[in-house]
Design a protein around this ligand. Structure first.
Ligand code: ZN
Length: 182
């Protein structure tokens, strides 16, 4: 399998509102193949989420898979999730700030406020409607980040503290506990 070509910050496609996926499309082999290629591409580049606009397709499709890594020991792993036409139905009042990066803005990090918990509805890869409470904060953050991509938003739009925007190199140097473990 080959990595899908990606889009980067500055590409107007990342600023478009992605179109809904017609439900009969989901079961088509070409669509199922696209989902597999997105998971493959995300794994290859070390991401936890990838939205279709990030591979040049303005459609409401994103994939998420959160595994434990040496720098993410405390989070709860999340097996593969496919989000089709997702909507955030409810969210907590509480927001939390944490560091975020994006495959479309390589080697940059910033502090982004996100809702602590969300209720999200979407269609899965079998075309089945799902409604889930996402109460693990890191998972809620990733869902919000990916759903933002489908609405043409990037995490920098959500930042309140623009002074926290920094290169990955500075982030590794300056943010406690983020230094690369060997
Ligand atoms: Zn992103």
């Amino acid at each position: 399998m080959k990595r899908l070509p990606r889009t980067y910050f500055g590409d107007p496609l990342l600023r478009e509102k992605a179109k809904s996926v017609p439900l009969p499309e989901i079961k088509k082999p070409s669509f199922q193949k696209l989902i597999k290629q997105m998971f493959f591409t995300m794994r290859e580049v070390g991401g936890v989420g990838l939205a279709a606009p990030q591979i040049g397709l303005p459609i409401q499709l994103a994939v998420i898979k959160i595994g434990k890594t040496p720098t993410r020991q405390n989070l709860t792993a999340l097996p593969s999730v496919v989000l089709i036409n997702p909507k955030i139905e409810r969210h907590s009042k509480t927001e939390l700030q944490d560091w975020e990066g994006c495959l479309s803005l390589p080697a940059v990090r910033g502090l982004v406020p996100r809702y602590k918990q969300i209720v999200v509805s979407y269609y899965d890869e079998a075309g089945k409607k799902q409604r889930k409470v996402i109460d693990q904060f890191f998972q809620a953050r990733v869902f919000q980040h990916e759903i933002d991509h489908l609405n043409g938003n990037l995490y920098v739009d959500r930042m309140r503290d623009m002074e926290s925007l920094m290169t990955l190199k500075e982030y590794m140097k300056r943010v406690p506990g983020k230094a690369k473990k060997k």
